[in-house]
Write a protein that binds this ligand. Structure first.
Ligand SMILES: Cc1cc2nc3c(=O)[nH]c(=O)nc-3n(C[C@H](O)[C@H](O)[C@H](O)COP(=O)(O)OP(=O)(O)OC[C@H]3O[C@@H](n4cnc5c(N)ncnc54)[C@H](O)[C@@H]3O)c2cc1C
Length: 414
């Protein structure tokens, strides 16, 4: 979109074109709102929303904490809905969950977790989990070394192309009249009596608006600090890295567990390649300096090779990518109290509000966007309802495009 078509005042400006930014844009556009603008510093989806594990899932591992059961149930509901809304982008994928001969989660615990997962999915469920012996498992996941496995369970989840999904949602919003400005960096936000001024790099005239949705993900606190606004929560960035190797012939995803730290990681078939990850380490550096390093690669190779017949080496790696899980922690809570659930903080300025989004999942972006859309509509006395759950509000075409080749994508996006 050209800068000439930009108005000087909007009801709502969304900062950040990841899944949460485009999701809230689509939500408001589906309610008939036209004067909503999204500003993205790079290309749509160039942040975390193209660096995920690409699962559309409830999150089996979140069942460790009762407090996260609601999060899992929401993810399972949204999984089914996204499969209906974008069947070409979100498809079911069978997974193998191994029972190890030594260490790892005991069989009864895996079985209980999967039964609970099926139960929480209820009528939104895919196929229920089943038992699989080693011979059948190796047919579907040939690289596995069955010497280390007692047996397996098979269950179903969803897989997507995260960047294509983010692009699809952006184009759907644009087709409903919403506006998107890419390659525009927001330097700072200035609270004023009737809302906010938004200062863009290279543009002397600020934009004004009543509501801001700060969907800049891991960059959110950098923006708040530049704007001299004190964040309500402590923001924690957890780095997650993946490697892409040649197609190892997997017909299923495999759920693996590190026997030392109990961490779960995945080996997945993805677009004629195999995707493996992720690591999880706290990251305190400047966000734009994030990259996959030697330690990340060694961790992934070492843990994967314990379960493979023929070990992978660095030479097998075609591309790597890293993203940041951006979580909110209450200023008084311990690190282990940090739920994977999303949080939204509010900063008021006169009759305006800035919402800052923390956490969240690709899978549940639509539900989160609806919550924010409801809040904003309430403030304007507008009773329009979100329509993003209806196919006719989605569009397959539009001005935003993405690189579909998985290797080219991560070589160029970094
Ligand atoms: C390693 C990893 C694996 C994951 N796997 C999964 C998974 O399998 N399934 C799942 O459901 N979820 C997964 N997630 C979670 C999911 O990917 C994220 O919750 C989601 O992508 C976050 O989207 P976002 O829009 O909040 O942030 P982002 O996608 O990071 O978007 C923020 C945008 O803001 C822009 N921006 C920043 N600063 C400015 C500025 N000053 N001006 C203008 N624009 C700015 C950035 O360029 C960026 O595009 C994973 C996350 C990670 C890190």
């Amino acid at each position: 979109m050209s800068d000439q078509s930009i108005q000087s005042r909007y009801r709502v400006v969304i900062l950040g074109g990841g899944i949460h930014g485009v999701g809230t844009l689509h939500d408001l556009a589906s309610r008939g709102w036209r004067d909503v603008l999204l500003i993205e510093k790079g290309a749509i989806g160039s942040g975390t929303s193209s660096k995920s594990t690409k699962l559309i899932h409830g999150g089996l591992r979140y069942l460790e904490h009762i407090r996260d059961f609601g999060l899992v149930a929401e993810g399972l509901r949204e999984r089914k809905l996204l499969m209906e809304l974008a069947p070409d982008l979100v498809h079911p994928l069978p997974f193998l969950f191994p029972v190890l001969k030594k260490g790892g989660m005991p069989r009864f615990m895996i079985k209980t977790g999967l039964s609970l997962y099926d139960f929480l999915a209820g009528k939104h469920g895919l196929q229920k989990h089943t038992f699989v012996n080693n011979q059948d498992a190796i047919r579907e996941a040939p690289p596995l070394n069955t010497d280390v496995f007692r047996s397996f369970y098979k269950f179903y989840d969803g897989q997507t192309d995260d960047l294509a999904l983010t692009t699809r949602v952006a184009n759907s919003a644009i087709s409903l009249g919403a506006q998107v400005l890419e390659n525009t960096f927001v330097e700072r936000i200035e609270p004023v009596a009737n809302g906010f001024l938004i200062h863009r790099q290279g543009h002397p005239e600020p934009l004004s608006c009543r509501f801001i949705i700060n969907a800049t993900g891991p960059w959110a606190h950098e923006l708040l600090h530049r704007s001299k606004i004190e964040p309500e929560f402590i923001g924690i960035n957890n780095k997650g890295s993946h490697i892409i190797v040649r197609d190892l012939g997997l017909k299923v995803g495999v759920f693996l567990q590190s026997p030392e730290d109990g961490r779960i990681f995945f080996v997945l078939p993805w677009k004629d390649t195999t995707l493996i990850g992720t690591t999880e380490d706290q990251f305190d550096g400047p966000i734009d300096s994030l990259e996959t390093n030697k330690n990340d690669v060694s961790y992934i190779l070492e843990h994967t090779n314990r379960y493979f017949r023929a070990p992978l080496t660095e030479k097998d790696i075609l591309a790597t990518f890293s993203g940041l899980r951006w979580l909110a922690k209450d200023k008084t809570a311990g690190l282990s109290d940090t739920s994977r659930s999303y949080r939204i903080s509010e900063f008021k300025s006169g009759d305006g509000v800035m919402y800052t989004i923390y956490g969240g999942k690709l899978t549940a972006y639509r539900a989160l966007s609806e919550v924010i859309g409801d809040e904003i509509c309430k403030a304007f006395g507008d009773e329009a309802q979100s329509q993003t759950h209806l196919q006719k509000f989605w569009s397959n075409t539009g001005p935003i495009h993405h690189v579909s080749d998985p290797i080219l994508r991560f070589k160029s996006v970094g």
